[in-house]
Design a protein around this ligand. Structure first.
Ligand code: ATP
Length: 203
């Protein structure tokens, strides 16, 4: 099988995440596409949104995307920090003989070499990125060439960036500004109903 692994904090999931996923869905012909929110940190502060809540929003976002994306509780159900190398190793055991594609934005892609156990991580997936926050596809391509030279497979989608972030959405909610068009409708409703991101102010 060809399996997509889309990890993130997803606090909350937004339309930039869904666009990134859609871009790679079109290019990769995946059999399964897993959206995996990170677990709750054991050092969480009252300002943090629990994993279960972020997972619930991922489920709504995935359903609204059309059902091809699946929200997975894999990291939320584990205690402690989530490391991609651990999740990918476990996924390889669960789905033997599969190829994994790890989906990410430019910011994550450019920091790949600093990730926990990069030497093993690079053997477990192909890393797929798109532009974000002023980082061009050209810059990503140059970095992908460097990664390839050190044995890490990467792919870059040359598509226009979409300027939306979870932190920007949290800030808008805190200021009482609308978030329509920035998150899936069902996620906006969930945020309002559960009064997320209104207080206390972020660290
Ligand atoms: P925050 O603003 O809190 O840092 P975020 O918007 O970056 O959050 P994450 O859950 O940390 O959201 O991101 C998960 C993954 O999605 C990361 O690989 C990130 O680069 C990517 N991503 C998030 N937003 C976008 C976007 N607008 N365009 C492309 N990739 C994105």
């Amino acid at each position: 099988m060809r399996i997509g692994f889309f990890g993130g904090t997803f606090n909350p999931p937004h339309n930039g995440h869904l666009r990134l996923a859609e871009v790679w869905r079109e290019r990769l012909a995946l059999d399964r596409f897993l959206m995996i929110p990170t677990g709750t940190s054991p050092h969480k502060t009252p300002a943090d949104v629990p994993g279960e809540t972020r997972l619930a929003m991922c489920r709504l976002a995935a359903r609204e995307a059309g059902g091809w994306l699946e929200a997975s509780d894999f990291e939320v159900r584990r205690e402690g920090r989530s490391y991609s190398v651990i999740t990918l190793s476990a996924l390889h055991e669960q789905y033997p003989d599969s190829d994994f594609y790890m989906i990410m934005g430019a910011d994550m892609f450019l920091s790949l070499e600093t990730w926990y156990d990069f030497e093993r991580l690079k053997t477990l997936a192909t890393f797929c990125a798109m532009p974000r926050d002023g980082v061009s596809a050209g810059e990503l391509e140059a970095y992908a060439t460097h990664l390839a030279a050190i044995g890490c497979p990467g792919m870059v989608a040359d598509v226009p960036p979409m300027d939306v972030s979870s932190s920007g959405i949290r800030e808008r909610v805190r200021k009482g500004l609308p978030i329509d068009g920035l998150v899936p409708t069902s996620v906006a409703r969930y945020i309002a109903e559960n009064r997320l991101y209104q207080s206390p102010p972020e660290r």
